[in-house]
Design a protein around this ligand. Structure first.
Ligand SMILES: Cc1ncc(C[n+]2csc(CCOP(=O)(O)OP(=O)(O)O)c2C)c(N)n1
Length: 571
C-alpha cells in the first residue's frame, strides 16, 4: 500500500507542489510518511484542521504554487470545510488530501468514520476517491496529477482527493522511500492556459457611442500590469474605482473613496455619477454602497473582462463576458472622443472626501477609524496587509487604504467568515518568510500585518499554535470588547438582544494568550501609546508580535456616525 501512497506525493511534486501542511492522525500516517520523506516537499505540522486549512489558504493567496493540506479521517475532514469554501470563492489552488477508511467500514459504528466521498459538495472543482486496492500505483499518480492540474487550470480552485487506507498502516516505518520519476508539469502550462479571446466588437461600439465610461476593479490577487498601462493612457477620461482588495494602481490618482461618496443620499449626484458603460475587472467588491449604487443606477451596458470568463452578476446588470487579457482588450479600444467631464466629476468628489477625512481624523479623540488611519500610515514599505472580516476590512476600504504605495492587501472575502483570518495571515507570512527563489513568489522576506477585531482574533487563536509561527508576522487587534460591527451597520442598532447575541460583549484581552503562545505583546489606549508601539512593533524579532489597541465601542460609534453625517452634508 505504501508504494501507491508514495505515488501520491510523487505526483504532487511533479505537479509543482513544494509545500504541504500535515495534521496529526493515524489513518493518514502513510500519507504523512510519503510527504514528509519526499525531498522536494517541505512539510509543516498544524494540529487544528480548521486552522491548517486557512494556513494553507494564506500560502496559496501569496504565491502561484498549489498548496497541499493533509488530514486524518472523520470530523478532521469537515474541519477543513471553512477553508475549502473560502478557497473555492477566492479561486485558490488548495489540494485537500484526506485519509479515509475503506468502504466496507463506513456506517459500521467504527471510530472517525463518516461519508467522505464528495463531502465538500459543490465547493471544490472536483472530488476524487482513490481506489481501495493498491496494486496499480500508476493509477494513483495519474489521478493526483490530473487533480492538481485541474486546480491550477482556468479559474483556479480547491480539489479534494480522498484516500481510503486499509490496515496495517505502519508497514514502512523505517524504510527509505523510493519515489517514481514522473514527468513534470511544464512552466508552459502556467503561461499557456489562457481562455479563448472574445470578439470585442460590441464593447468597441459601446465605447464609441457613449461618454460616461466607468471602470470598477474588484478583488484581484496581484497588480495586473495591463490595467496599469491602460490606466495611464485613459486616466483623465475614465474614472477607475478601486475597491480595497483590488491591489491596483497604488499611489496614482485613481478613486479610493467611492464607498463614502456613494453613501451620500443625494439622488441628483448619483444620477450624474451613473455610468453609461461599466467595465469591471477582478471579482467581488467589498463596498456595499458601490454595489447598491450600481444596482440602482444601472449602466446601459456592462462588460466584465477576465482571462477565463465568469458567471456572476453582482450588480444585476447582466454583464457581457469578455475573455482576454486587460492589456489586449484596452489596446483595441479607442477613447479619443471622450471628454474629461465625467472623470473630473468623480475625481472632484473623491478628492473632497479624502481631504475632509484627513481633517476629521486630525481631532484628538481616540476612536477606531482614526486608529486604523494611523496604522495604515505606519505600514512598512512593500509589506502585506491581511484584513480580517468585520470592521477591519471596512475601515481600510473607507480610508482608501489601497492608495498607499507598495502595500498588497488581501482578505477572506470569498465567504467573509471571521473563522480563519489569523491563520490565513500566518500562512501568508510563512510564504514570505520562506522567500524562495521561484517565479511565483515575490523575492525577499516581507512583513505581513494582520488587522483584526477582537472576536475574529480570539475565534482563530489556534492559528499561533504551531512551531513555525513566522517572525515577520505582526498582528494588530482592534479590541472594542465585542463585535462592534453590529452597532455600526444599519439594522441591529437598538435591537434589545444586540449586546448579548450579536455583539457578544466581553472583557477579554490577548495578553495571556500571547504569553502562552510565546508571541510578543504590547498594548495601546491613546495616540501617544499607539505611535510609540507602532514604531516598536516593526522592529525585527524572532517571533511574531501582537499589538492590542483598546478603544471604546460607544465612542467609535458616535464618531463614525458624526463622520458619516458630515460627509452626507458635503456639497
Ligand atoms: C464564522 C463566522 N461566524 C459569524 C460571523 C458573523 N460576524 C460577522 S462580524 C462578527 C463580529 C466580529 O467582531 P470583531 O472581530 O471583534 O470585529 P468588530 O466587529 O469589532 O470590527 C460576526 C460574529 C462571520 N462573519 N463568520
Amino acid at each position: 500500500m505504501q508504494e501507491a501512497i508514495n505515488h501520491i506525493a510523487a505526483a504532487c511534486a511533479a505537479a509543482d507542489v513544494r509545500y504541504a501542511i500535515i495534521c496529526p492522525g493515524s489513518r493518514n500516517a502513510p500519507l504523512t510518511m510519503a510527504f514528509a520523506r519526499h525531498p522536494g516537499i517541505k512539510c509543516q505540522s498544524v494540529i487544528d484542521e480548521r486552522s491548517a486549512g486557512f494556513i494553507a489558504l494564506g500560502m496559496a493567496q501569496r504565491c502561484s504554487l498549489p498548496i497541499v493540506v493533509i488530514c486524518t479521517s472523520g470530523s478532521a475532514v469537515v474541519n477543513l470545510y471553512p477553508a475549502v469554501v473560502e478557497a473555492y470563492y477566492q479561486r485558490l489552488q488548495l489540494i485537500v488530501i484526506t485519509a479515509d477508511r475503506p468502504p466496507e467500514m463506513i456506517d459500521q459504528w467504527d471510530g472517525q468514520t463518516m461519508h467522505q466521498h464528495e463531502v465538500f459538495g459543490k465547493h471544490v472543482k472536483a472530488s476524487y476517491t482513490l481506489p481501495d486496492r493498491y496494486d496499480n500505483p500508476e493509477e494513483f499518480s495519474a489521478t493526483v496529477f490530473e487533480a492538481v492540474k485541474l486546480s491550477l487550470t482556468g479559474n483556479r480552485g480547491p480539489v479534494h482527493i480522498n484516500v481510503p487506507l486499509r490496515e496495517p498502516l505502519y508497514t514502512a516505518i523505517n524504510d527509505t522511500f523510493e519515489y517514481p520519476q514522473l514527468a513534470q508539469l511544464t512552466s508552459d502550462f502556467y503561461f499557456g492556459n489562457k481562455g479563448e479571446a472574445s470578439d470585442i466588437s460590441e464593447l468597441k461600439n459601446a465605447i464609441n457611442q457613449y461618454q460616461k465610461i466607468l471602470v470598477v476593479i474588484g478583488t484581484q490577487k496581484h497588480t495586473e500590469m495591463g490595467l496599469l498601462i491602460a490606466y495611464q493612457k485613459v486616466k483623465d477620461k475614465i474614472p477607475f474605482v478601486c475597491d480595497v482588495l483590488s491591489n491596483q494602481l497604488n499611489s496614482s490618482r485613481a478613486l479610493y473613496h467611492s464607498d463614502m461618496l456613494l453613501s451620500i443620499p443625494n439622488p441628483q449626484l448619483k444620477a450624474q455619477l451613473q455610468p453609461e458603460v461599466l467595465l469591471t475587472f477582478g471579482t467581488s467588491v467589498v463596498s456595499k454602497n458601490l454595489k447598491q449604487f450600481l444596482r440602482q443606477y444601472k449602466p446601459k451596458k456592462h462588460f466584465h473582462i477576465s482571462r477565463f470568463g465568469e458567471t456572476a452578476d453582482p450588480f444585476d446588470t447582466s454583464p457581457i463576458q469578455i475573455i482576454g487579457s486587460d492589456r489586449d482588450v484596452f489596446e483595441q479600444l479607442d477613447f479619443s472622443h471622450l471628454t474629461t467631464d465625467y472623470n473630473n466629476l468623480w475625481q472632484k468628489h473623491d478628492d473632497q472626501i479624502a481631504s475632509f477625512t484627513e481633517e476629521f481624523l486630525s481631532q484628538p479623540t481616540f476612536h477606531e477609524l482614526a486608529v486604523a488611519d494611523r496604522i495604515l500610515k505606519h505600514l512598512p514599505d512593500k509589506s502585506q496587509l491581511q484584513l480580517a472580516n468585520s470592521m477591519a476590512v471596512r475601515w481600510v476600504n473607507i480610508l482608501g487604504g489601497n492608495k498607499y504605495s507598495n502595500i498588497a492587501i488581501c482578505g477572506n472575502r470569498g465567504v467573509s467568515g471571521i473563522d480563519g483570518c489569523t491563520s490565513t495571515a500566518v500562512g501568508m507570512a510563512y510564504m514570505d518568510d520562506e522567500a524562495m527563489n521561484h517565479w511565483g513568489v515575490v523575492l525577499g522576506a516581507n512583513t505581513v500585518t494582520l488587522l483584526t477585531g477582537d472576536v475574529a482574533f480570539f475565534y482563530d487563536s489556534n492559528a499561533l499554535w504551531n512551531k513555525f509561527a513566522p517572525a515577520n508576522l505582526r498582528i494588530i487587534i482592534l479590541n472594542n470588547g465585542g463585535g462592534a460591527i453590529f452597532r455600526l451597520i444599519d439594522g441591529p442598532g437598538q435591537m434589545p438582544e444586540r449586546e448579548e447575541f450579536l455583539e457578544t460583549r466581553h472583557q477579554r484581552t490577548a495578553k495571556l494568550l500571547c504569553e502562552d503562545m510565546k508571541v510578543g505583546y504590547a498594548q495601546a489606549s491613546n495616540f501617544e501609546e499607539l505611535e510609540r508601539e507602532l514604531e516598536l512593533l516593526y522592529q525585527a524579532s524572532d517571533r511574531p508580535k501582537v499589538l492590542e489597541v483598546f478603544t471604546d465601542a460607544e465612542t467609535n460609534t458616535k464618531f463614525f456616525n458624526e463622520y458619516k453625517q458630515l460627509i452626507h452634508g458635503l456639497e
